[in-house]
Design a protein around this ligand. Structure first.
Ligand SMILES: Nc1nc2c(ncn2[C@@H]2O[C@H](COP(=O)(O)OP(=O)(O)OP(=O)(O)O)[C@@H](O)[C@H]2O)c(=O)[nH]1
Ligand SMILES: [Mg+2]
Length: 333
């Protein structure tokens, strides 16, 4: 990978990885090409980006004449601090987990293929909302192709395994096999492939469900014997809640967000009820953009209370914020 990638490039790369339409892909590929440092080490990457741009343009052109596909695809707008999509074989407990963590009420039933369309819910944790998406099961014969977009678009995938049933291990292997040779892969960390920008990896946790049932431990041993995966593992019960606190913390951590509180110059105390949620690495300018679209251009200075500076230090717009910083903004009227 080319050295000295700018924050703008890295941001565009992240947006590209999560693009759900060819138009969005094209937009971010063009930003990546504009932002990539132009030197010898990045030449290969530049060629790859140009090729990909031309491929995506062709794809957009050829789809213009074609009639739109009619499917059950549901466009779920991204909401909250980040998105976590729950996938797995039938009966694994995906819908049960969604209803455990959120107020959503998906149908939960002891037979396969209960869920037929994807549906979201919001998990509240640490003053932040994380979007969880429940999905239909994946089997060797059944795969909703819109799931590729969800997986690419998510910060995190939870791959749920039914360890309450002898078939659960094979069902998990079927899901892994289904995604193995596609351009949308599960991985320990998210990112793009170094040799093929079209190939994206989404950070994945393995959720070994139904640990309240008696044969769980035996099945877990069998699982480790037959199904080797590089993912971080969580043993949970989506019905009695065992292990769900540790998993919830890890989901939150994977969103890679920081909470920033604002304080008005005229007031002594900050507003601690509702933080702004930013990505780790974001700056005061990013905070301004969230508050109002022209705040960044009207920004004058800011004072910050938090771990990076002495309390009340005046900083510039490119100051990188930390979790739980309190910021007092001064802008031109
Ligand atoms: N004992 C036990 N049962 C569970 C647990 N989680 C889910 N179940 C049961 O397993 C069955 C399937 O749960 P669902 O949440 O509907 O499974 P799903 O993965 O959404 O299934 P599909 O929508 O068909 O793909 C239901 O009868 C649940 O009550 C668990 O942790 N322990
Ligand atoms: Mg379901």
């Amino acid at each position: 990978m080319a050295a000295n990638l700018t924050p703008q490039y890295l941001k565009a790369e992240e947006e590209y990885r999560r693009a759900q339409t060819p138009e969005e892909e094209l937009r971010w590929l063009q930003v990546m090409l504009a932002e990539i440092p132009k030197h010898k080490a990045s030449e290969k990457m530049q060629v790859m980006l140009k090729t990909k741009i031309s491929d995506v343009k062709k794809e957009i052109e050829s789809s213009k004449g074609a009639s739109k596909k009619v499917g059950k695809s549901v466009k779920i707008p991204r909401q909250g601090a980040g998105t976590c999509v729950i996938i797995g074989g039938p009966n694994a407990g995906k819908s049960q987990l969604l209803s455990f963590y959120t107020k959503a009420k998906p149908e939960v039933a002891p037979y396969p293929f209960t869920t037929q369309t994807a549906s979201p819910g919001m998990m509240a944790w640490k003053d932040v909302f994380v979007q969880l998406i429940d999905t239909p099961p994946i089997t060797p014969d059944f795969f909703e192709s819109y799931l590729y977009g969800y997986i690419r678009g998510a910060e995190l995938v939870l791959l749920m395994v039914d360890l309450g049933d002898d078939d659960g291990i094979q069902q998990c292997q079927d899901v892994l096999d289904r995604l193995q040779n596609t351009k949308t892969r599960l991985a320990p960390e998210s990112g793009l492939d170094e040799d093929d920008v079209g190939l994206s990896y989404t950070k994945t946790y393995l959720v070994l469900n139904k640990c309240d049932l008696p044969d769980f431990q035996d099945r877990l041993d069998l699982f480790h014997e037959f199904c080797k995966t590089p993912f971080r593992e969580f043993c949970v019960s989506a019905t009695d809640g065992t292990g769900t606190e540790e998993l919830r913390d890890a989901i939150y951590e994977a969103m890679n967000v920081i909470r920033v509180y604002t304080k008005q110059p005229t007031k002594k105390a900050p507003d601690m009820d509702k933080p702004f949620t930013l990505k780790a690495g974001d700056t005061i300018f990013d905070l301004c953009d969230q508050i109002h679209k022209d705040y960044a251009s009207r920004f004058k200075s800011a004072r910050v209370w938090g771990e990076g500076v002495h309390d009340g230090t005046t900083v510039k717009g490119d100051y990188v914020l930390h979790d739980c910083d309190i910021v007092e903004l001064t802008i031109t009227m």
